[in-house]
Design a protein around this ligand. Sequence first.
Ligand code: ZN
Length: 572
Amino acid sequence: MKIDGYELSFSEEQLDFILKEKMRTVELISKDFEGYQNLPDGDKKAIEHLVNAANMINDVALEQDHPLNLRLKEGLERASLRSSHAEKALELFNSLNGVIGFNGIDKEPVRIFKEARLLPGKNFYPDDLSVEEFHRILILMGQRGEIDEIRKILSARTMVRRNGDVLKAIDYTEYFSKQFSDIANELEAAAYYCTEPEFKDYLGWQVQALLQNNPDMDMLADKHWAKLQNTNLEFTISRENYEDEITGTVFDNPEIIKMLGKHNIHVVAKDTLGCRVGIVNRAETEKILMSKKMLPYFAKWMPYSEQYTQDNVDEENLRQSMVDVDLIALTGDYAMCRGGITAAQNLPNNDKTAVQTGGGRRNVYHRQVRFSRDEERDKKLLDKLVDPALHSYIDKSKVIVFVIGHENGHSLGPGSVYQNSLGMYKHIIEEHKANVVSIASVAEVAKKGADFDKETLRKIYASWIVGNLFLRAKPILSQPHRVADLMEFNYLLESKAIWFDDRKKLHIDFDIISMTMYKLLEETIRVQLSKSVEVASEFINRWATWGEWSRYIAEVQQELGVKPYIKIITEF
Ligand SMILES: [Zn+2]
């Protein structure tokens, strides 16, 4: 079947199989949700406009991601009216939120259309521009003295197009002027209706950022956004630059590096936009904030704490807002579910001026993403791998405790000077440390006033072990989180805090988990304190082994089937 001259790569039967067997759902809240019902009418009206804005931002992200996206999505939508084949292809398109993308399992990208090519520069750059030509043109432009244009080409907020034998950069506010003006209108309407001055104020700045060709407005909008802590509503326009694989290549070219240095040109990869709308869950947010207040206490509780200064437990943390959010909409970059969907996010990133000028960050936890799991599969997994006496302790609502501990864990321990000295191993060790801090500290958090009784602690431990440490495949070094999980699994096994009986079912010695993890934390901190790449490498080799039980667990996981595609269900 052809859409607009492009051939679908999947038959209807193949799509049936993918949608039925390989796709899971993330269900966002509906209008029946209590937290929505309880909102003042003004905030409910505001949400309608925020959701409109979110949908418009999705179109912007589609245009940034691939030149064929908008055209072929429209084609699929039209064809869906009379063809179930097209309707199913559209569903897969919406899961990737694009014509092509990786699914996190297969080595080859998934193409909705046979002719769709993976573009390293996405649609930020002309689709026929090679890295070599890009560099050649930049050098030519440098010789011609077109320094301002080069500066724009290498900025995070421009679309780059051909202009005769060179390139030109178009600021997002110009390239997307129609869309940004429509989005700004929706945000103004939302600001008019919403009941909270702080949120209104932020929306006002965000409107200006969309209308003015001036990065300082983004900075000001970011700063107002990052401070939001006590509002009902959550609205984020995310700007992250992990997709663009062209801009950063200039660092491989000594001639260009020299030119950039001479003219003091700052290089940042292109931002893809995403949008999130939600309602702040006050009760759960309180719990997150409580953990933040404990940070100074835990800074002292950390092993060898007298030997290093902890550069994160200072004002930086006071400039960190944190909210747990019930989600209404996820669009754009957030909805490009290419191998996963994000469960929590701390923005702005380091490349943004707001952060560089002391604006602080905002950490938003995604409740419905956390809750979305394949229940039936989870149940089968327990039956296969876990002692029946432990089943009642597997409770996904307790996952948040681990996640909060992990995020806080990044703020504790030896600072960035120590972390960075571990070279290529720094991410693995740092993610591992954050995990270990989280689990090792939970019992102490309970003592310091969190209302975790003994049963709750057991649920936190068991849900973490089964949910995180049971891996689906042997991790590679470029997956720091997974390597970290494997290290902890092996450490617990060797310490006999967990074991498998002769029916191959998991048992946990709850009494020694906390103690064992603190011991592991001591060893981990010693690695960071060593500032030695060799010590880090040895530590990882010692613990990240792919043993008998890991192999068995991964086999069982594969047998039960993995669902790499995600469908986001929204009602608004
Ligand atoms: Zn982390």
